[in-house]
Design a protein around this ligand. Structure first.
Ligand SMILES: Cc1cc2nc3c(=O)[nH]c(=O)nc-3n(C[C@H](O)[C@H](O)[C@H](O)COP(=O)(O)OP(=O)(O)OC[C@H]3O[C@@H](n4cnc5c(N)ncnc54)[C@H](O)[C@@H]3O)c2cc1C
Length: 456
């Protein structure tokens, strides 16, 4: 049992304290259940805080419909109140309608304060290691932390690990990547002492050298502009980094930008040799790009490395097979589902595995799509929900649904559903979907978008 003494008993156990897990935990508490959450990092927020993904995408469909609300919006509101975000702004790169810049350090504080206020029991620096099964059901789980190993049990579980580790351990099947290769990994790093005005001026004078959807008219006024391109300079420099462009977003602090340009194209998140090699390789690339920035990019001549993100950014690990496997074609037609419990509005954005390029496709219809409750239900395990980066989706649909605002919306739905199931004494798989939808809406979630935001 370890130093924690006895087997912990609760209503819902959540693996992972990323944005998905936090939203799930809060939703479950507000729906009336007790929660235990395990997070292997020493902080909450997952990729958003640990990998410095400080551009949250996206609370809006491509035509400006507000599609994500409730707990995810509350987190942003709290961040805005402490100067940790300007709120939703137009995405100057033009890929999404809106982007929400965040300060990762303030976000960590907001997330832990929220869990504390809601009475969520959670352990940081605590890793889920194993599950004890009773047939197809998860009976209990084991974890490890500074106290040693411990056991915990609950009638319902949520896999918000991003890696689908609980579902896979329970025996659910999954896919990973396309033709054996996942989207590349990227180590984000930040540089400061950047003259961003100079970089923007270059963009304004060389418009053909940037992503074709770039909103040039907003570059000078945006509180956190992003740029994707510098194609000519990148090509001329002939870097060893297998990527076709420089991509960055300014952080909230004027002369600092987060660089999203390292790339490990043959990444295998399930092979420890590959993961170790990739982390070392990404660091080498970071210093190569740093020199490139100083030598080639206007405004970056005197830039200084702030640091590398504590975690390498991993876009995809396991996509768990659920009762419904969301498909790329669903997104291309902006499909809506009778049992949808969350909406997504980010385009299909694939950093091509094994290559330097990006593949993208627009969301059809009104620029957003539904995520059915069945995508949160793994095929095999009846008392488990999956949400966020490990959701049930094919390679294409996942390339959209994996982003932060969509993941938070899924987490919110999973938390509500798990709590209803526990309170009713049934399995999540046996719930009436209308009850889940009602609970999501009660939490502030948006399932019938009726507001179009006119953002600046
Ligand atoms: C390079 C890169 C760029 C991206 N760019 C953007 C962007 O610009 N905008 C955007 O919105 N999204 C972007 N994303 C995607 C987005 O950040 C993530 O997909 C999203 O944050 C997923 O959230 P999550 O909570 O589902 O998963 P994660 O953030 O991965 O969180 C999962 C959590 O579970 C924990 N965990 C895992 N295993 C265990 C275990 N065994 N025990 C305990 N805890 C465990 C992890 O430590 C982690 O904290 C990007 C991703 C990458 C990698």
């Amino acid at each position: 049992m370890g130093i924690l003494g006895k087997r912990i008993k609760t209503d819902i156990i959540i693996i992972g304290g990323g944005l998905t897990g936090v939203c799930a935990a809060v939703a479950a508490r507000r729906t009336g259940a007790r929660v235990l959450l395990l997070e292997k990092n020493q902080f909450l927020g997952g990729m958003a805080t640990g990998a410095w993904i400080h551009s949250c995408l996206t609370f809006h469909g491509k035509k400006g419909h507000k599609i994500v609300g409730g707990i995810p919006q509350e987190i942003i509101d709290k961040l805005v109140a402490v100067g940790g975000s300007p709120g939703h702004i137009r995405d100057t790169i033009g890929v999404a309608y809106s982007v929400t810049p965040t300060d990762p350090e303030k976000l960590k504080l907001i997330l832990q304060t929220l869990l504390d206020k809601e009475g969520v029991r959670y352990f940081l620096d605590t890793r889920f290691t194993d599950a004890e099964m009773d047939g197809n059901r998860i009976n209990s789980i084991r974890g490890i932390n500074c106290a040693g190993t411990f056991e915990a049990e609950a009638p319902a579980y949520i896999d918000a690990s991003g890696e689908g580790i609980l579902a896979a351990t329970a025996g659910d099947s999954f896919e990973s990547g396309r033709d054996g290769k996942t989207q590349p990994a990227t180590l984000i790093f930040k540089v400061r002492n950047v003259d961003i005005k100079k970089a923007v001026e270059y963009a304004l004078n060389n418009r053909g050298d940037f992503h074709h959807e770039t909103i040039f008219s907003l570059l000078e006024t945006s509180p956190a502009p992003g740029l994707s391109g510098f194609f000519t300079l990148w090509n001329r420099a002939n870097l060893s980094v297998p990527r076709d462009r420089l991509l960055f977003y300014q952080t909230l602090y004027g002369d600092e930008v987060g660089i999203n340009s390292t790339r490990i194209p043959d990444f295998d998140p399930l092979d420890p040799y590959n993961v170790t090699f990739s982390q070392k390789k990404a660091r080498i690339q970071m210093f190569e790009i740093l020199n490139f920035l100083k030598d080639w990019i206007p405004g970056f001549e005197k830039c200084v490395l702030t640091g590398e993100a504590p975690l390498m950014g991993i876009r995809e690990v396991r996509r768990i097979k659920g009762k419904y496997f969301l498909k790329g074609e669903d997104l291309l037609v902006g499909r809506r589902f009778p049992d949808e419990v969350a909406l997504g509005g980010f385009p299909i954005d694939i950093h091509t595995p094994g290559s330097s390029t990006i593949e993208s496709d627009e969301i059809g219809a009104d620029g957003y799509y539904g995520i059915p409750y069945r995508c949160l239900l793994p095929e095999r395990t009846p008392n488990l929900l999956i949400a966020g980066k490990c959701v049930s989706a094919d390679f294409f649909a996942h390339a959209s649904a994996r982003v932060q605002a969509t993941s938070m919306a899924m987490g919110q739905a999973a938390g509500a559903a798990a709590a209803i199931a526990v309170l009713k004494g049934v399995e999540p798989v046996d719930l009436n979907t209308e009850d889940v939808k009602k609970a999501v809406v009660k939490l502030g979630g948006i399932l019938s978008p009726d507001t179009i935001d006119d953002l600046l």
